[in-house]
Write a protein that binds this ligand. Structure first.
Ligand code: SF4
Ligand code: SF4
Length: 364
């Protein structure tokens, strides 16, 4: 709550402050009373309330890992144009919220000059790619989030600043199967995958790890306690059971999983969380493995561009990637993209059965 004497919001160390304290006045006045929204140009939209008030949003693509200087510049712009209000979307877009359209062009000019970030990502565009930590921060990563996403967005830049697609396309990136990025339901999901079990540093497990925690960290019971030749406690991994998730490495640094030859990326397509036209859907596997190829990952970029070109060519207006594929049929999707359909596309994990098609209704 704002402090009565100073009017400032008090920040404590106990939990996050109530988000309502940070809402712009126009949102507080019209909370729950928004009638509709519309678009002015790529990156700029407005919401209209029952009272007739309009809230303008300017969406700016960010690089996600921001320096404190950049955050200060963003805050200065928010002070100058938006009475201090700015927000970050779940896809790391920066959104400036204005209560009039007077300053939109000045704000965009200032953003270009001071931040050098593009304005766009709204409507039939590709928004910022939501992504995870990658080699920079996370021990479990099978690929580099920032590297792949930067390479990809350099190529897809025009799709951010102009409307060229049948509908919005959301791309997600997670650097391992833990999927911290929202890849489960993105139109195009890129997921880092390991293909070998962790390497057990047999002599170090007892010094570095709590063995019962390591054993219980495995979701498929692939780890069991064992003994070294000289009788020290350690663990062993059943390679046939391991699904290369990396959970055990999170609790035990003596089980490193990174493997330069066998780590790489998989691409999934067709997920979405909106319930317009079709129910929310998980993404499905399109390409089971692409080797890591830093610093620009050209094979990943080619694959994503192939999907986008086919989608642009074949989808009806407002049809999302998954809706388009369901309409034309998965066999045709593989045919027109040229992606090979392999045994790895068949879901044979626990409960995989419930994802299979039991009817003879197949679109070829
Ligand atoms: S997706 Fe995996 S590797 Fe990437 S940040 Fe999350 S846990 Fe770490
Ligand atoms: S990587 Fe995952 S599945 Fe494999 S042993 Fe470790 S916890 Fe188990």
């Amino acid at each position: 709550m704002p402090d009565k004497a100073s009017g400032r919001v008090r920040i404590t160390d106990i939990g996050p402050p109530n988000y309502e304290d940070f809402l712009p006045d126009i949102i507080k006045r019209n909370y729950g009373k928004w009638k509709y929204h519309d678009y002015i140009k790529p990156g700029v939209m407005f919401h209209v309330s029952e009272s007739g008030e309009k809230l303008y949003t300017v969406r700016v693509g960010s690089i996600r890992l921001l320096s404190s200087d950049t955050v200060r510049t963003i805050a200065d712009l928010a002070d100058k144009y938006c009475k201090g209000h700015v927000r970050f979307t779940t896809r790391n877009n920066i959104e400036f919220l204005l209560d009039s359209d007077e300053n939109i062009d000045n704000l965009i000019e200032d953003v270009n000059e001071t931040l050098g970030f593009p304005v766009g990502g709204v409507k039939k565009c590709i928004a910022n790619i939501v992504h995870t930590q990658g080699w920079l921060h996370c021990h479990t990563s099978a690929s580099d989030a920032s590297g792949v996403v930067k390479s990809l967005m350099d190529e897809l830049y025009d799709y951010f600043i102009t409307e060229q697609l049948p509908a919005k396309v959301r791309i997600g990136f997670a650097c391992c199967l833990n999927m911290c990025g929202s890849v489960g339901a993105a139109d195009i999901s890129i997921v880092g995958i390991h293909r070998r079990p962790p390497h057990v540093l047999v002599d170090r497990v007892n010094d570095l790890c709590e063995i019962p925690s390591v054993v219980s960290a495995c979701p498929v019971d692939a780890i069991k306690p064992a003994r070294t030749e000289d009788g020290k406690p350690t663990v062993e991994i059943d390679e046939d059971r391991c699904v290369f998730c990396g959970n055990c490495y999170s609790v035990c640094p003596a089980l490193p999983i990174a493997d330069p030859l066998n780590d790489g990326l998989a691409i999934f397509v067709g997920g979405k969380i909106s319930n317009a036209r079709m129910k929310p859907t998980f993404s499905k596997l399109a390409i089971p493995f692409i080797p890591n190829n830093p610093p620009r990952w050209p094979e990943v970029i080619d694959a994503v561009k192939t999907i986008l070109d086919a989608y642009k060519e074949g989808a009806k207006p407002l049809e999302r990637v998954g809706e388009w594929i369901e309409r034309i049929g998965w066999p045709k999707f593989f045919r027109i993209t040229g992606f090979e359909f392999t045994k790895y596309h068949i879901d044979d994990f626990r409960l995989g059965e419930c994802t299979m098609n039991y009817s003879n209704h197949v679109t070829l």
